[in-house]
Ligand binder design. Structure first.
Ligand code: SR1
Ligand code: MG
Length: 411
């Protein structure tokens, strides 16, 4: 768009001063506002602005990937993030942030500032305990996906919403390439830290059982429009303080299978588990996986029971079918949750793989100074992920996944 330009700190100050609601939120003269760049993710510029009366977080799309200016990219991602927040905020309340302003010419999104929070991934790497975070993320996924699914609303409302987010093709292409495809082919974007990982990376690329399962999960991601997903729910998309958890960065929002969001979050907790060498850290990571899943599973079913009791107006598993058949509903729910669990396990495995041998790695393993030891831990995580994809029938519950991961991480 002709009006687009990337704003520097002076540009940000003038921009905020020109939006009366934001200027009032910051307070005082604009010259007194403190502007700090806190860009951390791969894609966008992010700044925190503090004024005498309060703070805001300013996010702007760039015409390229932030960490790779040669990788050109359309600007529409902040549009989808703003749209996602507006859809999801009524479903999840204070588990995410409010949109304070969106500018469609500059692709600027302004949200609440979370300056007393830290990024969960960093908090975990520093050895902190965030006892409520996994439960809160589970509740976020349950509320956000249930309420945007056909279990909770008529198909006209659900498809209207999902159709908007089907337009998020730029970032969905990144997910299709970086998570679902690249690690399973030779591609220049792939890289890993040591030749010690060459063999397991090649095994993952060439195992026909892995290829079949990955193909099936590609189809599942692209065709199963179960709910509106966050789409990039890793531990860097969660901000925590001592008593508050917020889920941020919904720019990858898209329709998809609920197990994709669950799998990405669990995959990142498992990456952290394999990066931890102390027993306490490992115990906390295992506990977080269990708490996340219990919270998601129980909250989702509670929402479903409540909707059915109130003659909910969802068009799938319609309340009318089960009014006189409560045990039939329980069986249908168990089957539904089993499918979500199996998707979760497969997508968690694929997240582990792409974060070690794909384009965008996670810093969790940087806490292991010795490179040979670091590669050895990554190889153990990759072997677990490979086995989960190659023999999907051998681990079909999250409890089974936890036992397997705990055993492999302790070896
Ligand atoms: C080019 S974007 C790479 C990754 O960063 C984002 O946070 C997503 O996880 C994406 O896959
Ligand atoms: Mg992000």
């Amino acid at each position: 768009p002709a009006a687009y330009r990337t704003l520097d700190t002076n540009g940000i100050r003038s921009f905020l001063a020109g939006v009366p609601t934001l200027a009032a939120r910051l307070g005082g003269p604009a010259a007194r506002w403190r502007i700090r760049e806190v860009s951390d993710g791969n894609l966008n510029n992010v700044f925190l602005i503090d004024g005498p009366a309060g703070g805001v977080c300013f996010k702007q799309s760039l015409p390229h990937v932030r960490v790779d200016p040669a990788w050109k990219m359309p600007l529409d991602r902040t549009f989808y993030e703003a749209a996602y927040l507006r859809e999801i905020r009524p479903c999840v309340g204070a588990l995410t942030t409010d949109v304070l302003h969106f500018d469609p010419d500059l692709f600027v999104l302004v949200v609440e500032s979370l300056d007393r929070h830290v990024v969960l991934r960093r908090g975990l790497m520093e050895g902190g305990a965030w006892p409520d975070a996994a439960r809160a993320v589970g509740a976020f996924v349950a509320h956000g996906t249930f309420r945007t699914s056909l279990l909770a609303a008529p198909f006209e409302e659900v498809t209207r919403r999902l159709d908007i987010f089907s337009g998020n093709r730029t970032l969905t292409r990144i997910t299709v390439d970086l998570i679902l495809t690249d690690p399973y082919r030779d591609h220049p974007r792939n890289h890993w830290i040591s030749p010690d990982l060459d063999r397991i990376a090649a095994e993952i690329r060439t195992d026909p059982r892995v290829r079949r399962r990955v193909g099936a999960m590609q189809a599942r991601f692209l065709t199963c429009r179960q709910a509106l997903l966050h789409g990039d729910l890793h531990t860097g998309s969660v901000m925590v303080s001592a008593d508050d958890t917020r889920i941020i960065d919904g720019e990858f929002a898209c329709p998809g299978p609920i197990g994709f969001d669950c799998g990405l979050f669990i995959g990142n907790l498992l990456l952290h588990l394999f990066a931890c060498r102390d027993a306490d850290g490992q115990d906390r990571a295992v506990r977080d996986v269990a708490q996340f899943w219990t919270s998601f599973h129980d909250t989702f079913l509670e929402l479903w029971h409540t909707a059915t009791r109130q003659d909910g107006n969802g068009d799938a598993y319609a309340a009318a079918l089960f009014r006189d058949d409560p045990s039939g509903l329980l069986k249908a729910q168990a089957d539904f949750m089993q499918d979500v669990a199996e998707d979760t396990i497969a997508f968690a495995a694929m997240e582990i793989i792409r974060r070690i041998v794909g384009y965008a790695h996670v810093p969790d393993f940087d806490t292991i100074p010795d490179m040979a030891a670091r590669a050895e831990r990554q190889g153990t995580a990759l072997a677990l992920a490979r086995d989960l994809l190659a023999a999907p029938g051998s681990t079909t519950s999250i409890a089974g996944l936890i036992d397997l991961a705990r055993d492999r991480a302790r070896r």
